[in-house]
Structures are given as C-alpha cells and as structure tokens.
Design a protein around this ligand. Sequence first.
Ligand code: IPE
Ligand code: IPE
Ligand code: MG
Length: 241
Amino acid sequence: MAENTEISVPNHVAMIMDGNGRWAEQLGKPRKYGHEEGMEAVRRVTIRASERGIKVLTLYAFSTENWKRPPQEVHFLMQLPIRFFDRFVPELQEKNVRVNMIGFPEKVPASTKKAIYKAMEETKDNTGMILNFAFNYGSRAEIAKATQAICQKVVAGEINVKEINESLIEQHLFTESISPYQDVDLLIRSSGEQRLSNFLLWQNAYSEFYFSDLLWPEFNGDVLDEALLSYKNRQRRYGAV
Ligand code: IPE
Ligand code: IPE
Ligand code: MG
C-alpha cells in the first residue's frame, strides 16, 4: 500500500457531496441554486485537501442513478463541469492540482466531455493532488464493465481463468487511472445520509467513514479538517489483531 509522507494523512479521500437540493429548498430557492453553491464548496475543499497533502480527492458529482431526476435538473448538472472548469482551472494550476475523471463518458453531452477533457489536458503535467471527478459514475456498472472486459480477454485466449485475481480486476476498474491510490482511505458524506449510493463499492472495502450533518453547500475546509482529525484517531486493522 502506498504511504503518505505525513503518516496519518489519508492518501485517498472520497466524498459524496449530498444535500444541495435540501439546502436550496430551505432558502425557498430552486434546487439548481444549491448545485451552484455546491461548486464553491468543491473549490474550498479542493484547496484545503491539496494543502493537507492528500494524494487523491474523489468527488461524486453525478451518479448513473441521477438520470432519474427531472430533465431540467439533469441538464443543469451536465452543464456544471463546463462552468466549474471555466472558473477554476487557473486556480487548480496555481495549486498544482491535476484533474481526472472516472465514470461512463458515453451518455455525457459532447460539450461537457470537451470541458472535462480540456481541464484534464491543461492540468496533466501537475504533480500535486489529483482532483478526481466521479461523473456519470456507478459502482455496479463499473464492476459489470470490468467483468465484460475480462471475459472478452479470456474468450480471446489472452488470459487464463486462473489468472483472474483482485489485482486483475482492479486493473479493469475506472480507478486504474489513479493507481496506486485506488483504495479509498477516508469516505466522507455530507447531509446526514449514511449510505454509499453505489459509490466505489470495491474501493471502499476497508475505508473509514465520516458522516457530517452539514449540507454540501455548507461544507468547508474546517469540516474536512475535522474529518481528518477523526481519521487520525482510527485504528485500521484490515482484519488483523
Ligand atoms: C447532491 O445534492 C448533488 C447531486 C446528487 C448531483 P442533491 O441534489 O442530492 O441534494 P439533496 O440530497 O436532494 O438535498
Ligand atoms: C449520491 O447522492 C450521488 C451524488 C452525490 C452524485 P444522491 O442524492 O443521488 O443519493 P441518494 O439518492 O440519496 O442515495
Ligand atoms: Mg441527495
């Protein structure tokens, strides 16, 4: 397992950014207002995470299940990466942050894909934290896709069934792109909900969980620090004594 230089800082922090809609509704505003403010929280948390020496920050921005929402909301969420990168790429450059994406690009509108790939290209030489957006991501679909790819290799005679092991499966998941930090160390969810919602099921096998009652637009660097402090006091045993 890859080590962080500062021993108790998690290498890979993953966040389920939840509660945008409820935050807006509390203020009597449309849900999209919450998503808009949520972008500022992404900015705050990204900066603090990179200052803390986290290697990968994975943010759950759109799930494969979020297509069930009303079309106008889906449309708004699909446009957000365009606006986010327009606004924040210069700051990401300044912080030496590299952008990455995990998820299924197929259904994502071309203009959104273009914005994401452009941000990835522009930041590709940065050597600091990886800001990894889970966009149109779903863990079960990811595992099914990996299974298909492995089976195809077996059928083609490229690999033997006996060679299928954990490491081979990992190589076929989207998170191969953040190797060697595929495993989540600390999972944070905002808004008081305590569930995974199909997020990184394989990669969260031994992660520590931290739940905050704050809604995502209220989230900030100090809350991240609280989560990091809590993480520092955990004993990770991985099944040993
Ligand atoms: C999280 O906030 C953002 C996404 C899922 C895209 P929600 O939109 O889920 O907000 P709530 O949970 O309805 O308050
Ligand atoms: C999880 O939040 C997905 C993202 C944060 C992108 P949801 O709001 O979609 O999850 P559920 O429906 O509460 O499980
Ligand atoms: Mg939600």
